[in-house]
Design a binder for this molecule. Structure first.
Ligand code: 0O2
Length: 267
């Protein structure tokens, strides 16, 4: 097939990957802005390269006419989570969405592959709108923890070097590492609540400080400079004390002052 034809075939997959990355990234930001814990930590995506498509077609004996139906992972999204428990939350979110229809699932988290590989795979149908109209395509979403991702990334690069024949002493070590990562994931789950609490307070504080700074910036434009400097000094004092409750109280007081100036400017 000509290169130009490949580019045309792959164009809707490029769009799907861009859209899906944007949607999951936005989802993560929504959680964070609301001061909530996000089950999504990292999002990556790619359209399979033409050479990888050709390799897989050869390996799976797929005819060129059936490439889009038989190759389910031309568009690939990878969602990385901090904890194993987050994987099922992400899966539930995807199942619940009306713009992503789940076609099939492979749960290599409950049952790892023989290689030691662990990850949760979902094949979804996703509709994109191109200049030629709507197109329903397939995409693979891999959901895994940071630890599982570390292992898979390293092992994938070894597969690239050794093709199918990773030497036994290396695959033994990889199996040991895979077992160790299960232990690591379980240990991290045991302190999940602690870590989530710490991360939530950190984000809440960051959101609050950003809100306060925006209000102060607006006050600079309308309020008496001396008053703003006094408010600013007060803010630094409270910030240094590091007490979230006090910062929240300060933010409320600041809102009342800002509201006063707003009302004045309207009258
Ligand atoms: P790439 O380069 O990542 O795109 P299979 O028949 O097992 O080869 P299939 O039927 O497509 O693959 O489904 P499966 O098992 O769900 O695997 C899909 C993808 O999962 C693979 O895509 C890999 O990305 C990843 N994967 C599966 N098994 C392993 C493994 O043992 N180690 C690592 N590191 N990744 C794995 P591709 O097209 O094979 O590769």
């Amino acid at each position: 097939m000509e290169l130009q034809m490949w580019k045309e075939i792959l164009c809707p997959y490029d769009l799907a990957v861009d859209e899906l990355i944007l949607k999951f990234t936005h989802m993560r930001e929504e959680y964070r802005k609301a001061g909530k814990y996000s089950p999504i930590e990292q999002i990556d995506g790619r359209v399979k390269s033409i050479s990888s498509i050709l390799d897989k077609m050869q390996r799976k004996k797929i005819n060129i006419n059936e490439v889009e139906t038989e190759l389910e992972d031309i568009a690939g999204i990878r969602i990385t989570c901090q904890f194993v428990e987050d994987i099922e939350r992400v899966v539930a979110i995807i199942k619940d969405r009306s713009d992503m229809e789940v076609k099939s699932i492979k749960d290599y988290v409950t049952t790892a592959k023989d290689s030691g590989y662990r990850s949760y795979h979902m094949i979804i149908y996703y509709t994109v709108h191109t200049i030629y109209g709507e197109q329903k395509i397939q995409a693979e979403i891999q959901v895994r923890t940071l630890a599982m991702n570390f292992w898979a990334t390293v092992e994938h690069s070894l597969q690239y070097k050794y093709k199918e024949n990773i030497p036994e002493h290396i695959s033994d070590k990889l199996m040991n590492a895979a077992d160790a990562l299960v232990v690591l994931d379980n240990e991290m789950s045991a302190v999940r609540d602690e870590i989530m609490d710490a991360q939530n307070s950190f984000r809440k504080k960051a959101n609050l400080v950003s809100e306060i700074l925006t209000t102060m910036q607006n006050l600079y434009k309308v309020a008496n400079k001396h008053e703003v400097i006094k408010i600013q000094d007060e803010f630094y004092k409270i910030y240094q004390q590091g007490n979230l409750e006090q910062l929240m109280h300060f933010n409320k007081q600041l809102d009342i002052i800002a509201e006063g100036y707003r009302a004045q400017s309207l009258s």
